[in-house]
Design a protein around this ligand. Structure first.
Ligand code: PNS
Length: 169
């Protein structure tokens, strides 16, 4: 046995963060010494929220856990993991349909960095149908998203809705 700290990263787009993400962060915070929520800066995607907006929403959401922090990254995930000394990538699996893509990414990441392992955690049942994409669609079409995202995210989505030019998609 060693006393080495286990540092995990929980990467994603988080556009916006949902209660499904929050549940995974909470469970991850119990499993690892440190958990870094890593928001991808991805210029290829056309996100609704800026990276800074997503980061600050997540920071608010994780404030209660001392061993969780939020960072942003671009480039390869394995490079970011190396920089922050992470040995684990945490990913949530909602349904078997997530598995194929997640397995491919996990194997590719392990090929690129042999000492980086991916841990799949099943989503909480009550959030297994929640995705950032559907939440955005429902909000845009005037549906009720309470309970799917934290109240603070509901407010941010409603603010965006008041400025329709920010809500093209
Ligand atoms: O929330 P998402 O959009 O499903 O997260 C996908 C993410 C950020 C985990 C993935 O796109 C990623 O790791 N991108 C960084 C670039 C990279 O390393 N790509 C190779 C992955 S095998």
């Amino acid at each position: 046995m060693t006393n080495k700290k286990v540092i995990a990263i929980y990467p994603g787009s988080f556009d916006p963060p949902t209660n499904g993400h929050l549940d995974l962060i909470q469970r991850g915070s119990r499993l690892f010494d440190e958990l870094i929520v890593a928001v991808l800066r991805n210029p290829e995607k056309d996100p609704l929220f800026t990276v800074d907006e997503r980061k600050s929403m997540l920071q608010e959401m994780v404030r209660q856990w001392d061993n969780v922090r939020v960072e942003t990254f671009d480039g390869l995930l394995v490079e970011f993991a190396r920089r922050v000394n992470a040995s684990v990538v945490l990913r949530g699996i909602r349904a078997i349909s997530d598995y194929e893509y997640e397995l491919q990414m996990a194997l590719m990441n392990r090929k690129l960095a042999a000492n980086l392992d991916t841990l799949f955690m099943p989503s909480a049942e009550e959030y297994s149908y929640v995705s950032s994409r559907l939440v955005k669609d429902i909000a845009r079409l005037g549906g009720d998203i309470r309970g799917m995202v934290p109240a603070m995210v509901v407010e941010h989505l409603q603010q965006k809705l008041r400025r329709p030019e920010a809500f093209k998609k």
